[in-house]
Structure formats: structure tokens, C-alpha cells
Design a protein around this ligand. Structure first.
Ligand SMILES: [Zn+2]
Length: 380
């Protein structure tokens, strides 16, 4: 594990060599420039600015100015120390941050106000987390440093480490090892980030010249289909294929990570469409989901398919949840149709009076092409 000891108030906590007077790189980078970051920081400054927003603003100061660096945010409550201490088991390499009294498994060094903890495999980061010292007082502001530390500029500095930048002592830089009046990435900082993620404009390393064609990756979320009414317990399903084998398919509902969807079921149709892709005839994913777990109304769903090289492809949809108040009625005698069915347009069945677990509902059934059956389209 790499530990960047960050922005101490008085002492530099990381020694580095080299005499170059420009930005310095730590070595690893995020594959394809994709960084997913969980910003579920509870709480706000005394003035009411919430930490989560400040964290996102800090990250975007890099993401908005560096081509090829794609930062996305989640709000899943992941713990920054997951996997670093016995108290918090590994959470699947999620990048997160938080205020803690110590730097996960050990004390903050003297005057250290934040630490970025990173793990990499080969030349790519696997996980990186930022821990802020909760023994300090914090606020959010621009300009000269006050007694309460500016959380956002520290976050910009830490995010600089997270994307692969080391400390810079010669040029004006947010990556200076000490906190100061700089609160944005400077041109030297941005040149460093562009050197990693936008080789075409930043010069330097990388630069996909010649060689093999770029690997491809495709993913499709088929069910629930767009604007489908989701009710009861049904399938989430689709397929993912690519030049490289698929390593996992993640499910997100309303931007919250839910689970990995089992992958590898038979899809002869996809195999025929993409005969040159790895194992495309076994490219299906599916899992059972109880829509009653979600509140009635509109929701979004996204699947994220990753290949063996860490490339990412996504597909998403919006859908409406219709559910009885009780999401799982275990006694079948608690469900009863009390009125005659009305048929409209040959495909829609309306039941004006359905008793379900002691309450009366109007239920509309509609033919669903995706599932090949009559599904509940409305519960009122
Ligand atoms: Zn630092």
C-alpha cells in the first residue's frame, strides 16, 4: 500500500528525490482515466456547506480541466478505511473518504491533516481513499488560510495524489507538501495530470500509437426496459461482451451500488451478433429483484460492465415501480380479486377492486413484450 502523507501544517511527511522543477508523478494511474468516487460524507460546515458537495467540487477541479480524466460520483456510504483495518472489511475496492481520528490503521503523523491511501496493481490504481484528520477544525472557503482549515483545498490536494501526482516543491502548486494560500490546481499541477491522462495534449507518457486495435466493450440492459412498470419479483437482465473477457457486471439503482449481477448465462443470439468477441454466446447476466424494496414511482437503473483490463461500459434506464404497501405478501389468501375484469384494447386487463393484505387497490395488467407475459402496469 502506498501512503501519501498529506498537507502537514508544519512538516513534510514524505521524502522524495529528484531535481526536476516541474510536477512529479507517483507512477500508477487510473486505467482509461476512469475514477468512481463515493462522496457520502455526512454533515456540513458551521456555515452550512456540506462536505459531500465540497468534495465533489474539489474532484471536479481536476476532472473538468483534464481531458481523459473521467470522475464519477456515488453516494453509497462506503467507508474509507474498508480493507485497511480489521474493523472494516474490504468493500470491493471502493474509493471513499471521511473524517477520522486516525489514518485508518495508524495514528496521523505530527501535524498531518489528511492522508491518501492507495493500492495499485501493475501500473494501475485499484483503490484510493482519503482520510481527513477529525482532530482539526474544518471549514470551506477560498483565499488565505484561516484557523479552521479549508476542507476543499485539502481535498483538491488529496485528489491530486489520488489521480497520481506527487508533491511539488519548486513551482507554485496545490501539490506543495504544505497547506498555503493556493486553493486551485495551478498550471504545473494540471500539466502533471494531463501528462498522465491526456497524452495527446500534455505530451509525455502513454499515447496509444500503432499496435493492436483498441479493445471493444458493449453492454445492454434489457429488463427492466425503458419506462417499464416494475412490480412484484422479476428479473433484471441483459448482456455484456467485449474483445476481452467480462470480469463483472455491477448493478446501481438511483446511483447506489446494489450488487454484482451473476454473469455468464447462455445468449446464443448475442453469440451470433458478435462472433468475434470472447465467449459471446455465454454473455447474459440476470438476477431476481423484488421491486417492492423500492418506493413507488420513478427510479433509475444502471449496469456497469467491466472487462478483464478494467475497461468500463454502462447502460441505464428509467422505470416506474408499482407495488402493494406490503412488499411481500406471504399468505396467498390475503390477495383476492373482488370485481370483474375489464378488457381494453385486447391487451390490457383492469381489475377495479383487488384486496391485498387488507387494503383495496385498482390494478392494471398489461402485455409486456420483454417478459412475454401480462405484468402489473399500475397499482392505485
Ligand atoms: Zn500531499
Amino acid at each position: 500500500m502506498l501512503k501519501q502523507c498529506l498537507l502537514p501544517l508544519a512538516v513534510s511527511c514524505i521524502a522524495f528525490s529528484g531535481t526536476s522543477n516541474a510536477f512529479k508523478l507517483l507512477g500508477p494511474s487510473w486505467e482509461n482515466g476512469n475514477v468512481s468516487y463515493d462522496t457520502s460524507f455526512p454533515g456540513a460546515t458551521p456555515a452550512g456547506q456540506n462536505w459531500s458537495n465540497a468534495m465533489r467540487q474539489a474532484a471536479n477541479k481536476w476532472g473538468d480541466q483534464v481531458d481523459g480524466l473521467n470522475i464519477t460520483f456515488t453516494d453509497n456510504g462506503f467507508h474509507a478505511c474498508a480493507g485497511y483495518t480489521g474493523a472494516f472489511p474490504e468493500d470491493g475496492n471502493q474509493n471513499a473518504s471521511g473524517f477520522y481520528t486516525q489514518a485508518c490503521d495508524e495514528a496521523f503523523g505530527t501535524d498531518v491533516i489528511a492522508v491518501t491511501l492507495s493500492r495499485s496493481f501493475g501500473s494501475f490504481y485499484v483503490e484510493s481513499d482519503i482520510v481527513f484528520n477529525s482532530n482539526e477544525s474544518w471549514s470551506v472557503y477560498d483565499g488565505t488560510t484561516q484557523s479552521a482549515l479549508d476542507f476543499r483545498r485539502v481535498a483538491v490536494h488529496e485528489f491530486g495524489h489520488l489521480i497520481g501526482l506527487d508533491h511539488e516543491e519548486s513551482n507554485a502548486a496545490i501539490m506543495a507538501p504544505f497547506i498555503g494560500s493556493i486553493f486551485n490546481p495551478t498550471s504545473d499541477d494540471l500539466n502533471g495530470a494531463r501528462d498522465i491522462y491526456s497524452p495527446a495534449t500534455g505530451g509525455g507518457s502513454g499515447g496509444g500509437s500503432g499496435g493492436n486495435p483498441e479493445p471493444e466493450l458493449r453492454a445492454s440492459l434489457e429488463e427492466p426496459s425503458a419506462s417499464q412498470a416494475a412490480s412484484g419479483i422479476t428479473n433484471i437482465r441483459g448482456w455484456a461482451v467485449g474483445t476481452n473477457p467480462i470480469s463483472r457486471v455491477e448493478l446501481y439503482i438511483d446511483n447506489k451500488y446494489i450488487d454484482n449481477i451473476p454473469y455468464g448465462s447462455e445468449r446464443p443470439d448475442v453469440g451470433q451478433s458478435f462472433p468475434n468477441y470472447s465467449n459471446s454466446e455465454h454473455s447474459g447476466f440476470s438476477m431476481i429483484y423484488n421491486w417492492g424494496n423500492l418506493s413507488p414511482g420513478q427510479h433509475t437503473m444502471e449496469i456497469r460492465a467491466y472487462d478483464s483490463a478494467g475497461r468500463l461500459e454502462t447502460d441505464s434506464t428509467t422505470f416506474n415501480v408499482h407495488a402493494f404497501d406490503n412488499s411481500f405478501i406471504s399468505d396467498p389468501t390475503r390477495v383476492e380479486i373482488l370485481s370483474d375484469a375489464k378488457i381494453t384494447n385486447g391487451r390490457t386487463i383492469t381489475l377495479d377492486e383487488v384486496r391485498a393484505d387488507g387494503k383495496t387497490y385498482k390494478v392494471v395488467l398489461q402485455w409486456n413484450t420483454a417478459t412475454q407475459k401480462w405484468d402489473i402496469a399500475e397499482i392505485n
